[in-house]
Design a protein around this ligand. Sequence first.
Ligand code: ADP
Ligand code: TRP
Length: 317
Amino acid sequence: MASKKRLVSGIKPTGDLHLGNYFGAMRQFLDYQEEYESHLFIADYHALTTAYEPEKLRESIYRVAAGYIAIGIDPKKVTLYKQSDISEHSELAWVFNCITTMPFLMRAHAFKDAEAKNKEISVGTFDYPMLMAADILIYGADVVPVGKDQQQHIEIARDTAEKFNSRYGQTFKLPEALIREEVATVPGVDGQKMSKSYKNTIPLFGSKDEVANAVMGIVTDSDGEFPEYVYEIHKLFRGEDELKPLYGENKSNYKALKEALIADAEKVLSPMREKYNALLSDKAELEKTLVAGSEKVKELASEKMMDVRKKVGVSLN
Ligand code: ADP
Ligand code: TRP
């Protein structure tokens, strides 16, 4: 049997997971867990660029771990681990730093946005794409399922692989981003991209009330027009062939439409929420899963780093 292609992706532990994470990225992780040899990790070192409270960060790490499993990822089939447990990611990022120019990284959207907002930009934020390139390239990933906002980061990883290969000889495979067009950018309650940083999220594992409150807060036009943002989110849970008549009949009855959305969401979310809460009540078990996962990938990462050290000339034999 031909060996499976490899999938790599990660999520930052920076607050609660939301519908954008689930439909944009995590559903792909789930749907591909049989087809690919999957490595899914918790991008805790990336989170350090914005998460400055150690206790909160620790809690978020458990939450992302529980989140992966609660949506149906099977840790026996998929390797789940913490980025910081594999120090080779950061080591490789340093090597990439040394073949990458400042102007190249200055073209990254995340950097440009932060600059446009006059934010104080840490070196870690600037360098974020190099660590991400290392996360992906160190395992020779074939595919990287993500939401559209991460597309540029995958392109940067490809460019970095090409640059390294042309300077030191064939070493890294060029990964492909997997982005689902229909959920590439899931909108938040204000119609902008749903994102933790915009405070416009609907929580994936929130209580029924929290989800209902968020849905009730979805912005609707006040002139009785079709409630576009409600529909866009509703579409994630029910087929358009059923939704169209429902929205046709209740055109300006926003309350009824939002209640229908809450009920449809609840059917999908409640079994996952139960599992999530149960998983979080046994943190020692979650930790065991992450340690076992890191033991599985450590060897791959360390072999690749040995090769890299030889290629660049720091290894003496
Ligand atoms: P956030 O933007 O809320 O901080 P993350 O950066 O942690 O979310 O994203 C984790 C994964 O979820 C990434 O693959 C990202 O592309 C995806 N994702 C996040 N928000 C959305 C969205 N609104 N629509 C589609 N995918 C998303
Ligand atoms: N930057 C990604 C995000 O914000 C998280 C991430 C870090 C990632 N390393 C990765 C995603 C490697 C895919 C592959 O969502």
